[in-house]
Design a protein around this ligand. Structure first.
Ligand code: HEM
Length: 266
């Protein structure tokens, strides 16, 4: 008796990658050729911020120290742990301190808060190292001057994220650190109440600068560190500054691509 014809083996991987759903998302084959590898970067909204080709010498750890990549990675960790913290933390004078204590004591190892806190320290360090590397390799020179400027703004925003986060535990350290910090802002030229610019804002005997019109008052939402300041710092820390940082990071990465990829050793 003749054998029955063999049923073709079901190939799950083939079934998925040749189906309409997969093909509607990915318009290239498996990344086995240079063409497919390039297409996988070009046709992906997240990848296409990166250069399609990176010079091997430029991507060397010894050249970049991976400090920019590490800054981005730590930032992502901070976003994820920060969102988790937002589920439990209430930015009011009544609850803020107790919520932070609870997050430390009732969560194993206080993991979410510690990740966020140590991550913040780490990001400050990695961003400075990255800037130092870019300076030492002369990667700020044309055509990369614009990206250097974007970088400087990112550095300032990273520090502002740390500064605004500092108030949120609402403990003695937070209160007095922000009191000192905001008093320094008070002495800012032009924007501060006591800065040299303040004298320019007067006509004859009339002072145009009042207690409510300097940068300290705007920052604190009042004359002292209180409920208004806590809410302002919370919104600056969780929404306003991260939004600007994300937009500028996208510009930073896109710009690396437009400037011909990572500079690479000369
Ligand atoms: C949130 C902070 C930042 C992030 C996430 C970030 C990320 C990156 C990444 C991933 C790269 C690719 C090469 C590398 O990893 O070294 C890069 C390159 C670069 N970054 Fe940043 N960066 C940040 C802040 C800065 C700062 C503070 C500066 C300088 C003031 C800067 C200036 C540059 C320049 C000029 C390049 C091109 C370097 C080259 O072509 O060799 N960045 N950045």
């Amino acid at each position: 008796m003749a054998d029955a014809p063999k049923k073709p083996k079901f190939d799950l991987a083939k079934f998925i990658t040749e189906g309409q759903i997969w093909k509607s998302m990915f318009r290239h084959g498996y990344t086995t050729s240079d063409r497919d590898r390039s297409l996988s970067v070009l046709t992906n909204v997240f990848f296409h911020l990166h250069p399609v080709k990176v010079r091997k010498s430029g991507a060397r750890f010894g050249f970049t120290w991976c400090a920019g990549g590490l800054s981005f990675f730590v930032f992502l960790t901070l976003v994820v742990s920060g969102i988790l913290l937002m589920f439990y933390y209430r930015p009011t004078v009544e609850y803020a301190y107790n919520d932070i204590v609870a997050l430390r004591e009732h969560v194993p190892f206080g993991i979410m808060r510690e990740l966020h806190r140590w991550g913040a320290h780490a990001m400050i360090i990695t961003v400075w190292i990255h800037m130092f590397r870019v300076f030492m390799t002369g990667s700020y020179k044309p055509p990369r001057e614009f990206n250097w400027v974007i970088g400087v703004i990112l550095l300032v925003l990273t520090m502002l994220l740390s500064f605004t986060g500092y108030l949120l535990p609402w403990d003695q350290l937070a209160m007095w650190a922000i009191t000192v910090g905001s008093n320094m802002a008070r002495a800012t030229p032009f924007l501060g109440h006591e800065g040299p610019g303040a004298s320019l804002l007067s006509i004859g005997d009339i002072q145009l600068v009042t207690a409510g019109s300097d940068v300290r008052f705007a920052l604190l939402g009042g004359r002292f560190v209180g409920a208004g300041a806590l809410l302002r710092f919370y919104i600056l820390h969780c929404v306003a500054i991260p939004t600007v940082v994300v937009i500028l990071m996208a510009v930073h990465f896109w710009r690396i691509r437009k400037d011909g990829g990572i500079s690479g050793p000369l």
